[in-house]
Design a protein. Structure first.
Length: 231
């Protein structure tokens, strides 16, 4: 373990605890609001079969909630542990295109699987765009802790990629078909991912308080994923 990581262990563990508390609180709030969202889909369903599917989904969400929350928490904690041990964050399920290509050769992927991947990737992209400056600063600080070599986006603990992956893995507990799972992904984006602005600011502030790049004034590049960045 590098001297910097070892010296900052207490501060980094404080960041981990803050992340676990903040993210699991947001996830819990999502569950509190998910029943009404699913009830709305019951009203909009065109067939009895569609209505019954969403009625069953409400029951499944209520019965698996604790298991999903626990698995989500475990995935977030594991990412921090791997960061603290100076390892890349591992991903049980492929998420980013580079991870998917590493696990697949000529395997044909069905339309439903593609829809799920697109939903997750878009969720990541939108969060990275919405929180770009704070995430840029966070990447600089966490990279500095690890010796100054820039970390990849998937190696930022509690970053958009890691957080979305944690829910992707945890959501397996639902056992939902693709159409209902996509609704749960949308709820996760609305009630968790879109609420992370203050969280990333606090994450940066805790590192600043620990003396990590307190006077960071590097010129932040234009967000490559924003409309203004397009030629």
């Amino acid at each position: 373990m590098s001297t910097s990581v070892n010296r900052l262990q207490p501060a980094l563990k404080d960041c981990r605890d803050m992340a676990l508390n903040r993210l699991t609180t947001l996830l819990s709030e999502m569950f509190d609001k998910s029943e009404q969202a699913l009830l709305d889909f019951i009203d909009k369903a065109d067939t009895n079969q569609g209505q019954f599917q969403f009625i069953d989904a409400i029951s499944v969400v209520n019965s698996t909630r604790k298991a999903v929350e626990q698995r989500f928490r475990e995935e977030i904690a594991r990412g921090f542990s791997e960061y603290l041990n100076e390892k890349p964050i591992s991903y049980p399920m492929p998420l980013l295109e580079v991870q998917i290509q590493a696990q697949e050769t000529l395997e044909l992927v069905g339309e439903q699987e593609l829809d799920k991947r697109l939903s997750l990737q878009n969720m990541i992209n939108r969060t990275q765009s919405n929180c770009f400056q704070d995430l840029y600063a966070l990447t600089q600080r966490l990279s500095m802790v690890r010796g100054g070599v820039k970390l990849e986006e998937q190696d930022i603990p509690a970053g958009p990629v890691h957080t979305v992956s944690a829910f992707q893995v945890a959501a397996v507990e639902f056992g939902f078909e693709s159409n209902v799972l996509l609704i749960m992904y949308a709820l996760f984006e609305k009630f968790v991912m879109r609420q992370l602005d203050d969280f990333y600011k606090e994450f940066n502030n805790k590192l600043i308080e620990a003396g990590v790049f307190p006077n960071l004034k590097l010129e932040i590049p234009k967000n490559p994923k924003s409309p203004e960045a397009s030629p």
